[in-house]
Design a protein around this ligand. Structure first.
Ligand SMILES: [Ca+2]
Ligand SMILES: [Ca+2]
Ligand SMILES: [Ca+2]
Length: 282
């Protein structure tokens, strides 16, 4: 017979195990499920997410206050820069990120409140998206969970928030069998994207980013083993959002992961279409 003390002990152990899994690097991804819906209709890439955001993955607003409570939070990496005339941290940067898919494309979206649009980089190089305002989605395609810094199967699709769309504006970092890092613009056949600055009329730093990336032209080119995803497949996911706001090496949000090690990233699952949130009639 199991006594009351033993039952309490079992529940305490289960709670401790669950708590541990949710807080230890490399083990938290199951605690933060990312279910990415398939779209029934391809959206128009025009800088307005209204045609798909209600049926995409979105887990609410991210700002530094929320990030502080995440198990992957590292204050030396997840940080915003104070130039002396900054608004409160939550007004320095906050964003919603959207993700969806179909047989051909990943659809990426962001609605961002930022106080300053900053794409001026005194030491500009095409690959230095992380010295500018930029949103970057890191994928491990497919998910292996093996610890490594970066390499085959890892892809980052990075968008500098420059509405003039320079040749380096949509960037692709990836690895293959021989090379850990390959840095190049996303090929024109692989990407369409749109940026709208100040979409709500409140700040010239606010923006909407809408993009689609062709999987066969990126994942499929880098690895002969890659296959078109199907419902139930899993990829690794991390979002890196950089916000220098006039400084040198600026601020970052790292979401679902701790950097270039794919084993620290979240796990996204490809799921079927979802419906919009239904509000209760009055
Ligand atoms: Ca649209
Ligand atoms: Ca900012
Ligand atoms: Ca900014």
């Amino acid at each position: 017979m199991i006594g009351k003390r033993a039952v309490v002990g079992i529940f305490a152990s289960a709670a401790l195990l669950s708590f541990t899994q949710c807080t230890v690097p490399h083990q938290w991804s199951e605690c933060y499920p990312i279910h990415v819906p398939r779209l029934k209709q391809p959206p128009c890439i025009d800088g307005d997410l209204a045609d798909w955001k209600d049926v995409a993955f979105n887990d609410g607003v991210w700002d530094i206050r929320r990030l502080q409570h995440m198990p992957w939070f590292n204050p030396s990496v997840n940080r915003l820069t104070d130039h002396g005339s900054e608004p409160p941290p939550e007004d320095d940067l906050s964003a919603r990120y959207y993700l969806a898919w179909d047989d051909d494309f990943l659809y990426l979206g962001a609605e961002v409140h930022d106080n300053v649009n900053d794409i001026a980089d005194p030491n500009h190089e095409p690959k230095r998206w992380y010295f500018k305002d930029a949103v970057c989605w890191f994928f491990e395609a497919p998910r292996t969970g093996k610890s490594k810094s970066f390499g085959e199967g890892n892809h980052a699709f990075c968008f500098a928030i420059d509405p003039s769309k320079p040749p380096w504006g949509a960037w692709w970092r990836h690895g293959d069998r021989e090379r850990q890092y390959i840095e190049s613009p996303l090929p024109p056949e692989a990407v369409i994207y749109a940026i709208r600055l100040n979409p709500w009329g409140g700040s010239r730093g606010d923006f909407i980013l809408e993009a689609r990336v062709r999987m066969a032209s990126t994942f499929g080119v880098a690895s002969a083993k890659w296959k078109v995803p199907k419902i139930g497949d899993k990829y690794g996911l991390e979002i890196v959002h950089t916000d220098p706001d006039g400084g040198g090496y600026g601020g970052h949000f790292l979401i679902y992961g701790m950097g270039d090690d794919a084993a620290t990233w979240g796990t996204m699952t490809f799921v079927g279409p979802i419906g919009s949130v239904v509000r209760k009639p009055e």
